[in-house]
Design a protein around this ligand. Structure first.
Ligand code: BG6
Length: 541
């Protein structure tokens, strides 16, 4: 049940709890480590509790990232992890499991010495998330770790369980006094306590509000770190650097010069072993509501005054609030959805979605969605943003393409050039991270014939690497108390506000099957129709 006070408008950015970020001067006093944070800053000591530690996320992302952070001296000496799950593991068994995960996924090779030093901080508590005695054992373990490894009462609680357990865990932490409500202006009694929550935050606006409300009953917004791992990607952060640290682009970043934008998040993978989750989620909930609207807000927001927590998040929320949710009756004109059928990926035959494990043979869950959104503000009036994401596309690629307008007059017609392609700026998020600019150049020779050429910046070539895994950046930020790259409550709820009408309209349609697209293609025909109707075409990245 959603508490009555939550049914109403989206919370305003002026809500007190959202703005308890301290003044810069004050923050230096309470958290000196944040000042001048660089690649080599070390996080303060803390104990990290991972709920759902036996899951995929821990073995593929969390543990390898923590190991890499430890090996690059980003974690304090006493840093400790207490894993919690239902499995009946001892500390030793837990360590062995984690070693296998780290060996398979970490960047730093595992040697016996390195592993021994890391593993000495790994502990395990077994139990059900609704079992009171588990929280007692956890509390005792935390006290022990604080004493023996000098973690100073600093605690990071990470919810890596299926979302259905979130509220139970949060309530139990509160009831058993394992977390206390803190804000920046009151010195904590023991150490700092923070809650890290994985997406999805709800599966619609009402359930997102319910979860946010449950969290707000136990901790303050400044203690909540909602992970959207796209924000941890170097290239996503670089999109902000590109816009706001260069004088060249921002003046043309508006309706006077931009024709439209295309945001593509394509994956060649299918649903893998996540069928049960994906059946409930689908592409809109899994990718568009979170990662893609984050990308949109970063490329469309106004410049924040400073690059810090609420200043950046205020701007992101402002632009999301200007997005016009596709109106119910016309959702069909603003969206295209589809489901992959059997096909070929990299030369291999792959099954269709309905034939995958844990998927209903009559499933109507979308594995592809394209959506046209308009932003109703001064900067972006009449500039469409086309978003598309899908599984089993020809390749894995995430990019933001900014298509500029045509030149107003072409003076080279007499010389044989009757048309030039408009400028296109592409921010390539992954893979081959980089930025490229398409422009017209003269073909060498005695005539004035023009051709489209590209100017490329490649992360790898310029910096020698494309950067650390997104989770490394986000985990360290959470330990350092920096919320800039985490989604705030109003951000998540505003995103649902955009998506809810689409989900409702689709549900009302009661279809028995979705348009199919062959695995290894760029989505259903309707996706092309969506953009071609406006006289534009999708890029083939
Ligand atoms: C996750 C989605 O949030 O992001 C997955 O749940 C998706 O379905 C993944 O595969 C994509 O992340 P990345 O970093 O591989 O682009």
């Amino acid at each position: 049940m959603i508490p009555a006070e939550l049914i109403g408008d989206i919370p305003a950015t002026s809500d007190h709890d959202l703005h308890d970020e301290p003044h810069a001067m004050f923050e230096q006093i309470v958290n000196p480590l944040r000042e001048g944070m660089t690649q080599i800053a070390t996080a303060p000591p803390c104990a990290m509790v991972i709920f759902g530690v036996s899951g995929d996320l821990t073995s593929r992302k969390l543990m390898p990232s923590l190991y890499d952070l430890a090996m690059t001296s980003r974690l304090a000496e006493g840093f400790s992890i207490i894993g919690v799950s239902r499995r009946e593991w001892t500390d030793e068994q837990f360590r062995d499991e984690m070693r296998r995960a780290v060996e398979a996924h970490a960047r730093t090779p595992v040697t016996q010495d390195r592993w021994d030093s890391f593993a000495s901080g790994l502990f395990y508590v077994s139990g059900n998330f609704d079992d009171e005695s588990m929280y007692e054992r956890l509390g005792a373990r935390l006290d022990e770790v604080d004493r023996e490894r000098r973690t100073e009462g600093n605690r990071l609680f990470y919810l890596a369980t299926p979302p259905s357990f979130y509220i139970t865990i949060i309530n139990s932490l509160g009831e058993r006094d394992l977390v206390e409500r803190q804000d920046f202006y009151r010195a904590p009694k023991i150490g700092w306590m923070r809650l890290v929550v994985e997406k999805p935050i709800g599966n619609d606006l009402a359930s997102a509000r319910e979860l946010n409300h449950a969290m707000s009953e136990v901790v303050s917004e400044s203690q909540i770190y909602r992970i959207d791992h796209y924000l941890g990607k170097e290239t996503v952060q670089n999109a902000m650097a590109f816009r706001f640290a260069n004088v060249l682009f921002e003046p043309v970043w508006n309706r006077h010069y931009v024709d439209h934008m295309q945001i593509t998040v394509a994956e060649s993978l299918g649903v893998e072993n996540r069928g049960t989750y994906y059946e409930e989620a689908g592409a809109v909930r899994d990718m568009l509501q979170s990662h893609m609207l984050q990308l949109l807000s970063i490329v469309a927001m106004e410049p924040p005054a400073v690059f810090r927590g609420n200043a950046v998040r205020d701007e992101k929320v402002k632009v999301l609030r200007s997005v016009i949710p596709p109106p119910g009756a016309t959702v069909k004109d603003f969206t295209a959805r589809g489901q992959y059928a059997a096909g070929f990926i990299e030369g291999k035959t792959v099954p269709g979605y309905r034939q995958e494990e844990d998927i209903a043979p009559t499933s109507t869950t979308e594995t592809f969605v394209a959506m046209k959104l308009n932003i109703d503000n001064w900067r972006w009036a009449d500039v469409p943003f086309y978003l598309r994401t899908g599984k089993r596309m020809p390749r894995r690629v995430t990019e933001i393409a900014i298509q500029f307008q045509r030149v107003p007059h072409l003076m080279f017609q007499a010389a044989g050039t009757t048309d030039v392609e408009p400028n296109l700026l592409t921010l390539r998020i992954q893979p081959d991270e980089g930025i490229s600019l398409r422009f017209a150049a003269k073909i060498p020779g005695t005539t004035m014939e023009l051709r489209t050429v590209r100017m490329d910046f490649a992360y790898g070539a310029s910096f020698g690497s494309a950067g650390a895994d997104a989770y490394e950046r986000l985990l360290i930020d959470a330990m350092m108390g920096d919320q800039t790259l985490f989604a705030r409550r109003d951000e998540v709820e505003t995103a649902w506000h955009i998506i809810d009408p689409v989900l409702a309209a689709w549900q009302a349609e009661e279809v028995t099957g979705l348009p199919l697209y062959e695995a290894g293609t760029w989505g259903p025909e309707k996706s092309d129709a969506l953009i071609e109707r406006d006289g534009r075409v999708w890029r083939r990245p």
